[in-house]
Design a protein around this ligand. Sequence first.
Ligand code: VGL
Ligand code: ZN
Length: 301
Amino acid sequence: MHTSLLVFSIFLIGTTLSNPVHYDQIDKKLTAISEQIDQAELRLNNSITKLLNNSQSSNQAVSALLVIDVQYDFIDGSLALKNCPSKHNGEEVIPVINQLLDSHKFDVVAYSHDWHPTDHISFFDNLHLRSHLLTSDSIPLADLKLYSIATFAINGLPRMEQSLWPRHCVQNTHGAKLHSDLKVIEEDNAQNISVIHIQKGTKPDVDSYSAFWDNSKLGETQLNQFLKEKGVTQVFVVGLATDWCVYSTAIHGMEHGYKTFIIEDACRGVDEKTIKERLNDFTQKNGHIIKSSQVKDYIQE
Ligand code: VGL
Ligand code: ZN
């Protein structure tokens, strides 16, 4: 017994020494099998992720496109972005927005209109109407220029800092119209697409950059109520101007609890520096900045 074991061991060692290739082959085979298992696991994980994503977007996500202020005055009118520090051409957002509307099924599309009365507080040439309401620490009347910030204390309203813009988007004027090349879709019951138009900045004494709330957050438009009624869970914000109305609308969208995206190439702004600052702030508050080509990753066709 003892002797036969010894003989067998010597035989084994002998074969091993004379036949090392045999073990090499087993080793190679094992490595190949292990690689195949790894690849199969990767494929399975990918399938599971895809399934989860699909069920999330088809069962849960309800999407709204918020088209902000694509009006003549910001494109070739009195507040044309091409005359602002950015020198942006606001018209360039139009084909991008039209393409978005053609390629994706948004459940809700909202168009906002900056819609000011003639005596609006944001117009530099209306400053004389409220010069007695400038605060003592405001830039004094004589030093205020176009685009400066005035501070007003208006009866019944909190103190407010107001940028002084050229007269723009006056109600019922050509400059306040949506650009005629913009695709303005109609409510479509068969396809289950809801459409709403929001007018903002309609009160003489308070400006409203956001399509949700005015700048003092005292008045709210119908936008949030409408989105809630339609069960909207995520909003995509596009239009003019990135650093003002697009930014403010997007921030309020998040405050209302919507997953909020700014589609960067579908927006143009007033000033590159402020655009950068405001977009950084938006990202820090958990907002998502994406390109129009990425929208397909977030909504079902
Ligand atoms: C806007 C300045 C004044 C905008 C509106 O739409 O971004 N900017 N009013
Ligand atoms: Zn305005």
